[in-house]
Design a protein around this ligand. Structure first.
Ligand code: HEC
Length: 132
């Protein structure tokens, strides 16, 4: 058994931590919600996130961890098809900032999202989407 003072210290610690954890969780929710708004504004007109809907650009649900240019049946540019990397949060940031520099010859129009906070929100939103 812990000495009494240590036990109270642990209980006090847990009590202090709990709101911080709740806050961290809801901060993620806020980031996802903000990311969805930003995505809807900058990306949604070309990208669906719903496997049941066709879109001009490749589907983006489950894109984090997926090999670039590999969504089945999508007519990618040769450049993206042969890019040979996996989409990580870092690669997605670089893509949003300058997709035509990350993969020269891509057919996605330059979107130029340079604000790291905006990038972060959109990546958090995309990470929250699971492939169907
Ligand atoms: C004007 C239409 C358009 C807009 C706007 C657009 N995209 Fe794209 N996107 C495309 C097209 C077309 C491709 C396929 C590119 C290729 O094959 O070279 C693509 C490809 C991608 C890919 C690669 C997916 C894969 O399967 O490898 C990602 C990731 C992506 N876009 C993210 C975004 C994000 C995030 C935004 C918003 C910040 C965005 N796009 C805005 C048209 C668009």
């Amino acid at each position: 058994m812990f000495p009494k003072s240590l036990r109270s210290a642990l209980i006090l610690g847990a009590a202090l931590m709990a709101p911080a954890l709740v806050q961290a969780e809801s901060f993620d929710k806020v980031k996802i919600a903000a990311g969805k708004m930003l995505f809807d504004g900058s990306c949604h007109r070309c990208h669906s996130v719903d496997a049941d809907r066709k879109s001009y650009g490749p589907l983006l649900d489950g894109v984090v961890g997926r090999k670039a240019g590999s969504f089945p049946g999508y007519p990618y540019s040769d450049a993206l098809k042969s890019a040979g990397f996996v989409w990580t949060p870092g690669a997605l940031r670089a893509w949003m900032e300058a997709n035509d520099q990350l993969v020269p010859g891509t057919k996605m129009r330059h979107v130029g999202i340079e604000d790291p906070t905006v990038q972060d929100f959109i990546v958090t939103y995309l990470t929250s989407l699971k492939a169907k």
